[in-house]
Structures are given as structure tokens and as C-alpha cells.
Design a protein around this ligand. Sequence first.
Ligand code: FES
Length: 106
Amino acid sequence: PKIVFVSSDGSEETVAVDAGTSIMSAAQQHGIEGIVADCGGSCSCATCHVYVEQELADRFDPVGQFEDELLDTTACERLCNSRLSCQLVMGDHVDGVRVEIPESQM
Ligand code: FES
């Protein structure tokens, strides 16, 4: 499946990843800037914050309890489509999803 990363300056980059890859890992594999991911994906840092395209947002697993608490501590404002990208697992059901990267993670 594909992911379209949209940076805070509006530039876009599309990457193809294996199903089962988290959006955070995909960003790291492809050198996408702006997703810091300090904790390496263990849902404890909140520096992998992204805004997920509304139309596909519901197809990912729902926000977990720890993720929910961390989303209240993100550097950029939490919006209704805010998620931690390490908790978003790619698959064909979300192929082509657009993910906006906030201006800052710290
Ligand atoms: Fe740390 Fe996602 S990488 S919470």
C-alpha cells in the first residue's frame, strides 16, 4: 500500500510499503523528515504525531488509551484527526492515505 506524506510546507512525497508497516517506520525507511519518533515506536514519546486524512482515518485501529494520553502532549495542536504514526499500521484498506506532518514534534 501507498502513503502520501504531506509536509508542513505543502510538499508531497508518495511511498510504497509492505502491509504491516507502521506509518512511522515507513517515514523512517524513506527519509521523510518531520517524524522524530524518539521512542522508536513504543507509544511513549508523542514525537511521531501526524494528521490523518479524515476519509480514511476510521479505517485504522482506534486510538488506544496510552496514545490518547500522549496525544494531549503533542507539540502541535491536537486535532480530531491527530494520531501517533507508530500506531498506524498500513494495509490495503488504507491504501493511498494522505498523512500531514505537523510543523514541529518537540
Ligand atoms: Fe514514540 Fe510513536 S514513536 S510514540
